[in-house]
Design a protein around this ligand. Structure first.
Ligand code: HSE
Length: 374
């Protein structure tokens, strides 16, 4: 396999290092806008140098973002090259266009590193759904948010300091707003739900709340009451109805999610035969993520080209009712739905997921966290 590598940042550099010296695959060319010199690969600033090189059979896309990644990947498929990507925004947004195109052109398209960094989550989810109905997917899917929440809870760090460390360690996206507002997790749970349930979720119907409004006083409240806050994604399918959402969630100390440290992820599916299966590991970072990219290249060499194609466009139905912790604002709706108070914060009566997310859209300074089910 001769690889054209798009991007030489955290993940791209990792792919270059992990493929060095392998007999079965070589990074032949790297597209990088910086001035870099590499001993074993030609570096170019021009994507056309890769696309027109017939000796390159596989493109590894590690640029991130939607544009120009989408244009480059589409052109590469049309030129008959296999695609391996870690770009969750790209696959979440364009998978149902790019997969049929890849099939039409007879090339592979794999994206294991798009969810869970180094965890073989998507590849195992694909195997799981061959045997059974998947009823639920989700968990901790963002290393940056977990790093921030864990550092605030266990080490007493401030939010800004913890975010800065996550950036320095290479966990955060180029624009960390994507991480802390939950968008990265949103992409990941949509992609996971699509593969698990065989649908194409209407993204606009998947609500998301992030952690950017959390304060040290919230963390103190949770610790005092025996809870740990994590950013948790949920995708559920029951009788054809799908719920999917991303939100800070309070788990009881001692539950598996509460103990997940640093940049680690803990992702779970519930299947009709297997019941609950969880996957734990490094959810972000250079070598864990590059490891899954190179694993995908090895799978392409074995002819394992695809995950399931998306199914029908489907809206979610987020009618589950949960209790929520809310801080940072007060208004009439909150007063009507207050069950108890934790210092300055409110604990709501059970409210529907869609209702509180709609309320939060009008109250962007509010911090909300659901109490975990069960
Ligand atoms: N920014 C992502 C995270 C990288 O923090 O999890 C891995 O997808």
């Amino acid at each position: 396999m001769r690889i054209g590598l798009l991007g030489f940042g955290v993940v791209g550099r990792g792919v270059y290092d992990l493929t060095a010296g392998r007999q079965d695959m070589t990074v032949a060319k790297v597209v990088c806008l910086e001035d870099v010199t590499l001993p074993d690969a030609q570096v170019t600033k021009n994507f056309q140098d890769v696309i027109t090189d017939d000796s390159i059979d596989t493109i590894v896309e590690a640029m991130g973002g939607l544009h120009p990644a989408y244009e480059f990947v589409k052109a590469a498929i049309e030129a008959g090259k296999n695609i391996v990507t870690s770009n969750k925004a790209l696959v979440c947004t364009f998978y149902d266009e790019l997969i049929p195109l890849a099939k039409e052109k007879g090339v592979c398209f794999r994206c294991t590193a798009a969810v869970g960094g180094g965890i073989g989550w998507l590849s195992e989810l694909e195997r799981a759904r061959r045997m059974q109905t998947i009823e639920q997917v989700g968990g901790i899917m963002n290393g940056t948010c977990n790093y921030i929440l864990d550092s605030m809870t266990r080490l007493g760090l401030g939010y800004d300091e913890a975010l800065k460390q996550a950036q320095q360690l290479g966990y955060a996206e180029a624009n960390p707003t994507t991480d802390v507002e939950g968008i990265d997790t949103w992409h990941k749970v949509i992609l996971s739900s699509n593969i698990a349930f065989g649908v194409s979720l209407d993204k606009e119907t998947v609500p998301v709340a992030g952690i950017s409004q959390i304060k040290a006083s919230d963390i103190a409240n949770f610790t005092e009451k025996g809870y740990v806050c994590k950013l948790i994604s949920t995708g559920k399918c029951k009788d054809g109805n799908i719920s999917a959402y991303v939100q800070p969630t309070l788990v009881k100390q001692g539950q598996p999610e509460s103990a997940v440290p640093a940049n680690y992820n803990l992702i779970t599916f519930v299947g009709s035969a297997s019941d609950r299966m969880s996957f734990y590991g490094q959810g972000a970072g250079r070598y864990p993520t590059a490891y899954n990219v190179v694993q995908d290249c090895a799978d392409v060499l074995l002819g394992r080209g695809f995950y399931s194609p998306y199914g029908e466009k489907t809206a979610t139905n987020n009618t589950d009712t949960l209790r929520y912790y809310v801080s940072g604002v007060s208004d009439a709706w909150l007063a009507e739905n207050t069950d108890e108070r934790w210092n300055d914060a409110v604990i709501t009566k059970p409210v529907s997921v869609s209702q509180i997310h709609a309320w939060r859209k009008n109250n962007p300074n509010a911090f909300i966290a659901a109490f975990a089910e069960g």
